[in-house]
Design a protein around this ligand. Structure first.
Ligand code: 13P
Length: 264
């Protein structure tokens, strides 16, 4: 984490909770954070509920003036039309979403999403004024072959292909090694730093140093309260994309409050 970038702690709820549980979780998260006098301008908080809960969570955020940002877990590459079952960027923007996750490894694996599709979705997000949270990350086999840097930087290149730096000011990249997601096997802080630094260098090379210096690069994969402080100590890790641990208010709040529980 560098002083010039505001850390982002983002909770990807994946396909969990019903809409009542979702509103309850957001309320509870706000209570816990308020109790701890959390400064939202020092650490930004975002939640990514399933599509069906976005409206309920957004109403709660509006009504209670919560400083929690809202995002969706995916979007269509199209703005509208005959695409049964899909959800467009303009629909998400209208619901108050600021962010949208693109290219999560679960979508790449379970829905055969390619780098070319990820690129189209990034363009669709930007066209709808949503900040893309672009996920990249290698499999265990790729890491064991020592090819993780080449693999991840190629994913970044393809996601950002043909997009001007001036449009990417709010874009976020999340480094989520596939072998660390949902496995309990969090990457070491050194491994996370290595790849996040390489991603930043790559963005500097393709889109300029200014964009790269301001861009937030998150780590994701089995982040827990016990691992967050060490990760956040690293220069190029600007936050976390949290799955399982974002489903309980107390645990997620502890991750958000990483500054208060640094190991001695
Ligand atoms: O995929 C993730 C966030 O997008 C990480 O999930 P876990 O934190 O459950 O490993």
């Amino acid at each position: 984490m560098s002083g010039s970038r505001i850390p982002l702690i983002a909770g990807n709820w994946k396909m969990n909770l019903d809409h009542l549980q979702a509103t309850h979780l957001v309320q509870k998260l706000d209570w816990v954070l308020r109790d701890a006098s959390h400064a939202y301008d020092e650490v930004e908080v975002a939640v990514f509920p399933p599509f069906t809960h976005l409206r309920s969570v957004e109403t709660l955020i509006q009504a209670d003036q919560l400083e929690i940002m809202l995002g969706a877990q995916d979007l269509s590459q199209h703005a509208s039309g005959a695409h049964t079952g899909d959800i467009s960027g303009p629909m998400l923007a209208k619901l108050g979403c600021e962010y949208v996750i693109i290219g999560h490894s679960e979508r790449r694996e379970q829905h055969q999403e390619t780098d070319a599709l990820v690129n189209l979705k990034v363009k669709a997000a930007l066209a709808a004024n949503l900040a893309p949270v672009i996920c990249v990350g290698e499999s265990l086999a790729t890491r064991e072959a020592g090819e993780h840097i080449a693999f991840v930087t190629r994913q970044v290149d393809e996601a950002l292909e043909g997009i001007e730096a001036s449009r990417l000011g709010r874009a976020v990249i999340a480094y989520e090694p596939v072998w660390a997601i949902g496995t309990g096997a969090v990457a070491s802080a050194e491994d996370a730093q290595e790849v996040c630094a390489e991603i930043r260098q790559r963005v500097a090379h393709t889109h300029g140093q200014e964009l790269a210096d301001g861009m937030r690069i998150l780590y994701g994969g089995s982040v827990k309260p016990a691992s967050i402080a060490e990760l956040m100590d690293k220069e190029d890790v600007d936050g976390a994309l949290v799955g399982g641990a974002s489903l309980t208010a107390e645990e997620f709040a502890q991750i958000i409050r990483f500054r208060s529980h640094r190991p001695a």
